[in-house]
Design a protein around this ligand. Structure first.
Ligand code: SPD
Length: 428
């Protein structure tokens, strides 16, 4: 290799000025330009100036992509700087040319760090002096200043991480496992947090135990749709009366990532009561027999990509058909503060299909999800009262015996007691 890096200085002129003044669109295009060139994006930061103009940078494992726009001149100055053999900055150039609708452009490639001008030194980095744990109870050191962000256009949750332990683009989605100093290992799908070692028990205990306690000992045949990390089946299989658990997960990469990096979650995959199917849960339930399951749990991702179909009336109609008369359905319900529309639409959809008195919403704390407030929808073919139907003594005893981390009889009751603003949203 003759140089450490390649630097392309690009002049994009005669661009679409509205695009050059749209900070979300410019950031998205720059991140896409990095990804399509085969770079690994570490982080991006973009700023919109008043009244117009944008500056931003995408930091990639292989250097950076930077931009400054002057919409009033229909002009963008772009730097594409990459190191190593695997990333081709000209792929990013082509992508941005189209994205900014540039009709006139020029580019100049420079070699950076010419090898014949330098000599390699035997450099040994000093230990960083902030390499201490920051969160109580965590043994992880902070080594790098890189952040993972789960966001929509207006809100975000960010966690600092040290390493990406697993990174695979499966046929369905991008599956990653990060090592974070504050929340331990974290599983993400398409840039959204699925679970972290530190707070996964909040989610997995709440998706399972309120329903299982309400079913008392009448839950023998359980269906889990999604749940590839294994946390949900781990909780279901804590009940000796459960005879069969069928789990239908579309993406084997999620299961593999969890088995390799999240063994506490993946602990039940060898349980003989488990029938694991790698396939499409939507298709499975469509073909499933009527009146089969005591409990159906929909432990899906957010409604983008393959999980989109888990938020439709057609899917819940099929779930309704396959529940036994006394059975319960529990579904991941998103956040009333982060995904207001999806949260309300899912509740309405389930309430319409199952009946007004046959559906309820529960809330719980999910610190690693944006806004920290999350929900499950629960429904039955017959009317039920999720608070009065509970046997609190039995719930307390179960929680104690199994040494649960989050769920107990008080949490059960509290989770169905909704704040006024949520009641108004749901019209309950
Ligand atoms: N944004 C997070 C939505 C929760 C998705 N399910 C998580 C899977 C945990 N088993």
């Amino acid at each position: 290799m003759k140089a450490l890096g390649r630097h392309i200085l690009v002049e994009f002129t005669d661009c679409n000025p509205d695009i050059l003044n749209d900070v979300d669109r410019v950031e998205k295009s720059m991140v896409e330009a990095a990804n399509t060139a085969g770079a690994t994006v570490i982080n991006s930061t973009f700023h919109h100036f008043s009244p117009w103009g944008i500056s931003g940078v995408v930091v990639i494992q292989e250097s950076h992509l930077a931009i400054h726009t002057w919409p009033e001149y229909r002009y963008a100055a772009v730097d594409l700087f990459t190191c190593g053999e695997t990333v081709d900055p000209w792929v990013s150039f082509e992508h941005l040319k189209k994205a900014f609708q540039s009709n006139k452009y020029s580019a100049l490639e420079m070699n950076r760090g010419s090898m014949h001008l330098m000599k390699r030194d035997d450099f040994k980095p000093k230990k960083r002096n902030d390499a201490e744990p920051i969160a109580p109870g965590t043994a992880h050191r902070i080594e790098r200043n890189v952040w993972f962000t789960d966001k929509d256009d207006l809100q975000a949750l960010s966690l600092r991480y040290n390493e990406v332990l697993f990174n695979e683009s499966s046929p369905f989605q991008q599956v990653r496992v990060f090592d974070t100093p504050s929340f331990g290992k974290m599983l993400t799908i398409n840039n959204m947090v699925m679970c972290t070692e530190r707070d996964e028990a909040h989610y997995h205990e709440m998706i399972v135990h309120p329903a299982m306690q309400l079913l008392s000992s009448h839950a023998e045949n359980v269906l889990v749709i999604g749940g590839g990390d294994g946390g949900t089946i781990r909780e279901v299989l804590k009940y000796p009366n459960v005879k069969n658990v069928t789990m239908v997960e579309i993406d084997e990469a999620v299961i593999r990532a969890s088995k390799e990096h999240l063994p506490k979650l993946a602990s039940a995959f060898n349980n003989p009561k488990l029938n694991l199917i790698i396939g499409d849960g939507i298709d499975f339930i469509k073909k499933a027999e009527a009146h089969t399951y005591d409990l159906i749990i929909v432990d899906g991702s957010d409604p983008v990509g393959p999980a989109e179909g888990l938020f439709t009336a057609a899917f819940y109609k099929d779930c309704h058909k396959s529940l036994k008369a006394h059975g319960l359905l529990v579904s991941q319900g998103e956040s009333p503060l982060f995904h207001q529309k999806t949260f309300v639409d899912l509740h309405r959809c389930i309430r319409t299909l199952f009946g007004d008195k046959n559906a309820a919403t529960m809330l719980f704390y999910a610190p690693s999800y944006p806004t920290g407030m999350w929900s499950f929808q629960i429904a039955s073919k017959k009317p039920f009262n999720p608070i009065l139907d509970l046997n609190p003594e039995k719930a307390a005893q179960f929680s104690k015996e199994k040494q649960l981390h989050y769920y107990n009889e008080g949490v059960h009751i509290g989770s169905f007691s909704l704040p006024n603003f949520v009641k108004q949203m749901l019209e309950v």
